[in-house]
Design a protein around this ligand. Structure first.
Ligand SMILES: *Cc1c(COP(=O)(O)O)cnc(C)c1O
Length: 345
């Protein structure tokens, strides 16, 4: 199958969805060095999606903001951890589209904004600090609901985006990404056994799984999708990735039953103590990626995700000589926040 094959099909599936052009696509696919276990590494550079310094949320925001604009929204509300990449990219999307942006964040207002908070402020968003604990996402949702109500009452016509943008509309961006990736693989002589990525709110995972199921239903041969869970929620099955993938397949005009339970693979062994708490394996992966590919990974997401990929390769999950793609989901601005890089570099 060549590149001319998948994209027209995807256009047919996505044609009815409003889309705001926010990301620089396609992102590059790079060949990396060989990994332990003889696996050939490839890196899909979704850290280079362009929007507000890049990352995976740009693909979701294309469809989420498309829906917001189609509804006549004049403002965006979303939620996240203190160093949320999703919030930073939503702030950038609002700047591009001329929408007011409100970010509901965990923690307290710092004396000096750094990393993602600095960028969110620069992009003109209003940051609302809740004082909530880093991983208490329920508290953030409640605070964001009451803020949304206030904005409705004030006539600001808000469009509310849940944590990580992980609705079926957002996840559609990653169904598109899988088609884009498989076309690039064909052109590059890469036949991926697996596509590995970091998972926290689950939308990236669900979108990739929906894309896999839809492309398989069209007769395409498709790789394993392996998520490395870095938040407690996804590691205990919240959200239910199969349900979200089925909703996404449905949104794209496919049959819900094309998504099979066995399409969902999640490795929960790389989170360490908790979400956003660094691990030794993650820090080692950050150093390795920096020194072998000049790739910048972060300690909350992509570092732990890449550690999971290396760990599975070492354990022999994939046969020697297999092509394995790591989707680099971004996170670079957090490296410039206090504690954002491993000590002793
Ligand atoms: C949000 C994020 C993820 C996880 O994506 P989800 O769709 O929320 O699971 C991974 N890496 C980075 C850098 C992120 O910002």
């Amino acid at each position: 199958m060549t590149g001319a094959w998948t994209i027209p099909i995807m256009h047919a599936m996505f044609g009815h969805l409003p889309r705001a052009r926010l990301a620089t696509l396609p992102t590059p696919l790079e060949r990396g060095p060989e990994l332990p276990g003889g696996v050939r590494l490839w890196v899909k550079r979704d850290d280079l999606t362009g929007l507000g310094m890049g990352g995976n949320k740009a693909r979701k925001l294309e469809f989420l903001c498309g829906a917001a604009v189609a509804e006549g929204a004049r403002s965006l509300v979303t939620v996240g951890a203190a160093q949320s990449n999703h919030c930073r990219m939503t702030a950038a999307a609002g700047a591009v589209l001329g929408l007011e942006v409100h970010l509901v964040l965990s923690g307290d207002r710092p004396e000096q904004a750094t990393g993602n908070q600095l960028l969110s402020t620069l992009f003109g968003a209003q940051l609302h600090y809740t004082g909530a604990d880093e991983s208490h996402w329920g508290e953030l949702m409640i605070a964001s609901e009451s803020l949304t109500d206030e904005l409705v009452a004030a006539g600001a016509a808000p469009y509310s985006i849940p944590i990580g943008g992980s609705t079926s509309t957002g996840a559609a961006g990653y169904a598109w990404a899988l088609a884009e990736l498989l076309d690039q693989c064909d052109a590059a002589g890469c036949a991926p056994t697996a596509v590995v990525h970091t998972s926290s709110s689950g939308g990236t995972h669900a979108g990739l799984v929906a894309g896999k199921a839809l492309l398989r239903a069209q007769g395409r041969s498709v790789p394993e999708i392996l998520a490395i869970g870095v938040a407690k929620g996804v590691n205990i099955g919240m959200p239910d990735i199969a349900d979200l993938a089925r909703d996404t397949a449905d949104l794209l005009g496919g049959d819900r039953s094309t998504v099979e339970r066995s399409d969902i693979a999640l490795d929960p062994n790389w989170i360490g103590d908790d979400y956003a708490v660094p691990t030794k394996a993650g820090d080692a992966a950050i150093r390795w990626a920096a020194r072998h590919g000049g790739w910048v990974l972060d300690r909350t997401y992509s570092g732990k995700g890449f550690a999971g990929l290396v760990g599975n390769a070492e354990a022999g999950r994939w046969p020697e000589g297999s092509d394995v793609v790591f989707i680099h989901t971004g996170g670079m601005p957090a490296v410039f926040a206090p504690g954002g890089a491993p000590a002793g570099l």
